[in-house]
Design a protein around this ligand. Structure first.
Ligand code: XMP
Length: 513
């Protein structure tokens, strides 16, 4: 490994990915591994620091997740967060109990006093707000540890053994609600673990290009391009590494947003690769005709996509490598159990092995979304592509409610374009994480000029979210919504009513289907 490595041991906390992102934001490479990772493997990773995440359990429950005590004998600094802090305290001889009364149980934003002579808190104001979420309490702090932060209710919200480089915090420095949380993590990384910030996208790009060239040799590479950020960045990286040994198959299913297909094609003009754009619109429309059920739509699109891709793959002949745009959040194993399937997401990433190939290449496997975007910039992809908001694999098919026709898709494309245009003009494109229009299957009466109309209702959806698992509806200013409404009704046709969706997720989902 040609960069320093920080290990994040996952005890099932809901913020484990966030911790990793925060560490990477400080240009330090880290990976999230399950708490069960054997000690030998941990040693082999040669971490310069270890972070224990939070978790939903209580350390005094016999079945709660733990780790080998020998971790503390590796001579590597450890930062324990919430459950991780309590676990560290318990393993090193302290005592953790359920908080008996409200005094020691803390949730939410809490005024906190820091001992700024402690390395973890150096450079911070003495008073600040931290984000708490714990019902357990460290009744006895282990030997060698000092108390380095307290709140009005709780005397020991942070502990430190500076000699051995062990730190524990009851609160969550990784969430934005904790003031200066990012600085605390930086202090741990740079001033305790001795990190130098050697993880940059420029380095990563060069290193990946070298290793892809080495692996691929003069072999042939095939990639399914969806037009989304991940597959586009993967394509650009492969194009840079192996040029015309790469074939990108871009299945244009006719369910893209306005101009999107052309934009994707244009972005790849500068590379000497085989770019195959398959116009499969009619094929998809035929298969989807008369289908109203969302899950059936997804299934049909997923299948048809694979069929088209397979046909193109066969035309190329033998392929040595298949590229997939899998990214790190898809890879991280979480300590939590299986979640219920709400929607069967179709992703271009999940292709079965139908074409003969030697191996799969996943060059983004270790990157978070923001890092993928950064890599895209390094590779010279245009900003509109790099900053593209997530777009579902089944495309507009799940944004036309009920049966799909080409006419409905065209109406939606125009309306969606106006919405995006007005959001952009209002400078809101980066503060709203996903926004789009939905053509409902409801028609209602309106009046235009002197005439009665009986047309469709368009729904606008805008959400703010960090992980797309939960989301809040975006507070788009009324004036912006007003401009969209006026333009849509006047410019598009067949829409006489515009509504804005003000439900969060849960209970709603982000998409309507
Ligand atoms: P939901 O609607 O489940 O969406 O709240 C969460 C995120 O996933 C996207 N989404 C999909 N992405 N295939 C995809 O690749 C799908 O079938 C699919 N359905 C939803 C959605 O756009 C949002 O970003």
């Amino acid at each position: 490994m040609d960069h320093q490595f920080v290990l994040i041991l996952d005890f099932g906390g809901q913020y484990n990915q966030l911790i990793a992102r925060r560490v990477r934001e400080h240009n330090v490479y880290c990976e999230v591994k399950p708490y069960k990772t054997p000690l030998d493997e941990i040693k082999a990773m040669k971490p310069v620091g270890i972070i224990f995440t939070g978790g939903p359990n209580s350390v005094y429950d016999p079945d709660s997740p733990s780790c080998p005590k020998e971790i503390f004998e590796l001579g590597v600094p450890v930062l324990g967060i919430c459950y991780g802090c309590q676990l560290m305290a318990q393993l090193l001889g302290g005592e953790v109990t359920a908080a008996q009364d409200d005094t020691a149980r803390e949730y939410g934003k809490t005024g906190t006093h820091y001992d700024t002579s402690c390395t973890l808190f150096q450079g911070l104001p003495v008073e600040g707000v931290s984000w708490m979420s714990h019902g357990d309490y460290m009744a006895k702090v282990p030997e060698g540890f000092q108390l380095v932060a307290h709140t009005a209710m709780c005397p020991n919200v942070a502990i430190a053994d500076e000699k051995r480089g062990f730190y524990g915090v009851q609160f969550h420095p990784e969430v934005n609600h904790t003031e200066n949380g990012s600085l605390m993590l930086r202090n741990f990384l740079y001033h305790v673990c001795g990190c130098t910030g050697d993880w940059t996208m420029g380095n990563y790009k060069e290193q990946q290009i070298r290793s892809i060239r080495e692996k691929v040799g003069d072999g042939k590479v095939l990639l399914a391009l969806s037009g989304g950020v991940d597959s586009s960045v993967a394509a650009a990286l492969l194009a840079e590494a192996v040029g015309n040994q790469l074939t990108c198959v871009f299945v244009d299913h006719g369910l893209m947003r306005k101009d999107e297909g052309d934009e994707v094609e244009a972005a790849f003009e500068k590379w000497d690769l085989h770019f195959v754009r398959v116009d499969a619109e009619q094929r998809f429309l035929d298969r989807l005709a008369g289908v109203a059920d969302p899950e059936t739509k997804r299934k049909i699109i997923g299948e048809e996509f694979i069929r088209v891709f397979e046909e193109e793959g066969k035309k190329i002949g033998t392929v040595d490598y298949l590229v997939q745009g899998t990214i790190y959040p898809d890879v991280i194993e979480s300590g939590t159990g299986d979640a219920a399937v709400i929607k069967s997401h179709h992703n271009v990433g999940g292709l079965p092995d139908f074409v003969d190939f030697k191996e799969i290449i996943e060059p983004l496997r270790l990157l978070f979304k923001d890092e993928v975007r950064q890599l895209g910039r390094e590779l010279g992809l245009p900003e509109y592509l790099v900053m593209r908001q997530p777009f579902p694999g089944p495309g507009l098919a799940i944004r036309v409610i009920g049966e799909i026709t080409k006419d409905k898709l065209d109406v939606l494309r125009e309306a969606d374009f106006i919405f995006r245009d007005e959001i952009h003009k209002a400078g809101l494109d980066y503060s709203i994480n996903q926004y789009f229009a939905v053509l409902t299957n409801m028609r209602s009466v309106g009046v235009m000029g002197d005439g009665r109309t009986y047309d469709y209702t368009l729904a606008l959806r805008g959400v703010t979210t960090t992980d797309f698992m939960t989301a809040d509806w975006a507070r788009i200013p009324f004036e912006v919504l007003d401009r969209v409404s006026v333009r849509v009704v006047n410019e598009v046709g067949h829409i006489n009513r515009v509504v804005y969706d003000i439900t969060s997720k849960p209970p709603a989902t982000i998409e309507w289907e």
